[in-house]
Design a protein around this ligand. Structure first.
Ligand SMILES: Cc1cc2nc3c(=O)[nH]c(=O)nc-3n(C[C@H](O)[C@H](O)[C@H](O)COP(=O)(O)O)c2cc1C
Length: 244
């Protein structure tokens, strides 16, 4: 009886306890494609560059800066010595007006001077030389050149009336600089002894068809010489009227 009781107890013990060494396996279901992973994979570079580049990125080449200058230029020709209606003068009539224009507009200057100055200082002799030049359609050379003429937007161009026209030396300037003056605004002016503008504007436009020639301005030479302050007012009014 004792033996039977011991056997029964041993059997019950064996069924109630797991056997040692036996692992319970829980099956992991295959990954569900409908499940979106919340963490996205970040690729981390495995190699970190240790060298710092020595070459700096190529910079934009510097643009050439033009020399600063006024955008307005006054080019003029003028004579001293004996002149009609004013006697002997030591500042030309046209030069007086040219200076007024430059003063009001802040323009640069270029005076046309003959390369070889054979012009007489007496009035009648000067008129004879000038007539010959006109008849021969001479192109007397002038000295120097305007620095960077093409850089100016507006050019006032003045001279005395000689035989109802520009002095021939002015045509030398126009023709030699036709290319640089193309597209520029040219504003003619003159001094005279009664003939007025004498077609300075139309003659300039005919010689430089590529330029924009504005209406011209004429001043009596003797008034520029002797009524300077009155002429200054007149010139300033004209300049203000054309936007200066
Ligand atoms: C050669 C010569 C020709 C001239 N022809 C004329 C002319 O046709 N009409 C006129 O009104 N004045 C004429 N004049 C006068 C000048 O235009 C005037 O005196 C002018 O103001 C002189 O300017 P300037 O001192 O800047 O040279 C002539 C003067 C000279 C020397």
């Amino acid at each position: 009886m004792k033996k039977a009781l011991l056997l029964a107890c041993l059997i019950s013990l064996l069924t109630a306890c797991s056997l040692p060494g036996k692992v319970q396996i829980t099956e992991i279901p295959a990954s569900d494609p409908t499940v979106i992973p919340t963490e996205t994979a970040v690729e981390i570079p495995t190699e970190i560059p240790t060298e710092i580049p020595t070459e700096t990125p190529t910079s934009v080449p510097p643009t050439e800066t033009p020399e600063p200058h006024s955008a307005v230029l006054v080019v003029y020709f003028s004579r001293t010595g004996e002149q009609s209606s004013v006697g002997v003068i030591d500042k030309g009539n046209t030069e007086i007006v040219a200076e007024m224009i430059a003063e009001k507009t802040g323009a640069d200057f270029f005076q046309i001077l003959p390369e070889v100055d054979n012009y007489p200082m007496t009035y009648v002799a000067l008129t004879e030389i000038a007539k010959r030049e006109q008849d021969e359609r001479a192109r007397p050379a002038y000295a120097g050149e305007v620095k960077d003429l093409a850089g100016y937007e507006t050019v006032f161009i003045g001279a005395p009336v000689w035989w109802n026209d520009w002095p021939m030396i002015m045509y030398t300037f126009f023709e030699q600089n036709a290319e640089a003056l193309a597209g520029k605004t040219l504003i003619p002016f003159n001094t005279h002894d009664g003939s007025g503008l004498s077609g300075f504007d139309t003659k300039l436009a005919g010689t430089l068809p590529q330029s924009n020639v504005s209406a011209g301005f004429a001043v009596l030479g003797r008034e520029a010489q002797n009524s300077t302050e009155f002429i200054r007012l007149t010139v300033n009014n004209w300049l203000e009227g054309i936007g200066f």
